[in-house]
Design a protein around this ligand. Structure first.
Ligand code: CTP
Length: 414
């Protein structure tokens, strides 16, 4: 219920993507929001007010002169208790109206008359040529300058059959953007690198050693960091999870691969000369992954066969590099946050591990109580001792943890 208690005014303008807004309305309701739909006449050509009323549970407004509003001023009254206005889909014409302050129907007049503290988010949806048209780009630049937030658009197949920029974001992406719009941008402009999930160390081509980490905690932290405005790179071992929207995920399998990927990103100032995609070193490194401490020294290239009933293969192990300790030891290391997955004596082991890894903050949890589940409880160890984040779902804990990290990061930069 990430939107509990929020009132969202959802404006629809003309576009085939209106059909996706039925789903978005349901998703917003499920997330706890109260949704008030306002439609342009063009939008009603694509989806009916009846459908939108049924899904939102509220009367739909399409007309400036609607007498159901007592003072007959729907352009004022509909937004006075709104937390956000979202225009989705937002047509080329509506962007132009926003850029010019045009008031020629209920929705456009309502946007111009909105209280200045109510954020306006727009999700463009149009043909690629309409999106790329210089007039549209001029209008988009203008509304951005005016403080309107543009969600997307994405590139891909379009209803008209052409391919390119202009597709409206998908429902789950719009939902993520709307939820994020309510979070303080405490990490705006920061680069955050996160490891998550288990690693998998091969024994032979069909077997390997891994652990019970699901990646849920690391992925929730990546999501929370993105919601706080950070550019997030997520280096993930094998998990069944989708990449959190807005983050850049790199999938790896072994601890060595995770180490190499982390080092590439953490030393991005050096690699920038050869990798044009990476521009800036990291501000924060959060090592959430349950990294295998050992790997099989020489993994067999072929499946190891059982030759008799009593034989057991003799596996020789070597230690994997300690990713967190390697990053923390770098000159100009980012602000490093470690995790400790223990099975007992958490207070003792957590405090000792923070010092051993030489990191300012270490987050302790009981591994087998949390791996694979949706809840967790965390103990934060820093130079001042330890504090607890009580049991909650991983999303809530991730948001709290990002706040804790931000406070400490800001102190180091004062
Ligand atoms: N870690 C890492 N690279 C490794 C092992 C661990 O980056 N090769 C990181 C983890 O991501 C975590 C922290 O170090 O942030 C502690 O991991 P944990 O498995 O709890 O501890 P270990 O260092 O492996 O020590 P031990 O297994 O003895 O408890």
């Amino acid at each position: 219920m990430r939107l509990a208690g929020k009132k969202i005014v959802l404006g629809l303008t003309g576009g085939v993507a209106c059909y996706k807004i039925a789903e978005l309305t349901r998703a917003l309701g499920k997330a706890g929001a109260q949704v008030q739909v306002v439609m342009t006449q063009s939008a009603t050509q694509f989806i009916t007010p009846v459908t939108m009323q049924a899904l939102s549970g509220n009367p739909v407004y399409t007309d400036q002169w609607d007498t159901r509003i007592h003072n007959n001023m729907p352009h004022i009254d509909l937004t006075r208790d709104a937390d956000v206005i979202v225009i989705a889909p937002c047509s080329t014409n509506f962007i132009s109206k926003l850029a010019h302050g045009t008031c020629d129907d209920l929705l456009s007049t309502m946007c111009v008359a909105r209280p200045h503290h109510v954020p306006l988010l727009v999700a463009p949806a149009m043909n690629v040529e309409m999106w790329l048209n210089p007039a549209t780009q001029r209008n988009v630049a203008q509304i951005k300058k005016d403080g309107i937030q543009i969600l997307g658009p994405a590139a891909g197949e379009q209803a008209c059959g052409e391919v390119g920029m202009g597709r409206m974001l998908e429902v789950d992406q719009l939902l993520a953007e709307i939820i994020a719009s309510f979070q303080a941008k405490s990490l705006a402009g920061k680069e955050v690198l996160i490891t998550a999930g288990p690693t998998f160390e091969p024994i032979d081509p069909v077997r390997g050693i891994t652990n019970l980490s699901s990646g849920k905690m690391g992925y929730a932290i990546a999501q929370a960091a993105w919601e706080a405005g950070a550019n997030v790179t997520l280096i993930s071992g094998p998990t069944a999870l989708d990449a959190p929207y807005g983050t850049h995920r790199i999938s790896v399998q072994t601890a060595q691969q995770m180490h190499d990927a982390v080092m590439t990103y953490v030393k991005a100032d050096i690699t920038a000369q050869v990798t044009s995609t990476v521009k800036k070193p990291q501000d924060v490194f959060i090592a959430v992954a349950a990294v295998a401490d050992w790997r099989v020294a020489t993994a067999s290239t072929q499946k190891i066969k059982k030759t008799s009933d009593s034989d057991t293969p003799q596996l020789e192990f070597v230690q994997n590099p300690d990713i967190l300790a390697s990053v923390a030891a770098l000159p100009n290391a980012p602000y490093c946050v470690g995790f400790a997955a223990e099975s007992e004596h958490l207070l003792h082991y957590g405090a000792a591990k923070r010092i051993k890894k030489n990191v300012p903050l270490l987050v302790g949890n009981i591994g087998h109580h949390t791996f694979g589940t949706d809840e967790n409880e965390l103990i934060l160890f820093d130079a001042n001792g330890h504090t607890a984040l009580p049991r909650a779902n991983k999303q809530t804990l991730a948001i709290q943890l990002i706040q804790e990290i931000t406070q400490r990061l800001n102190k180091t930069q004062q």
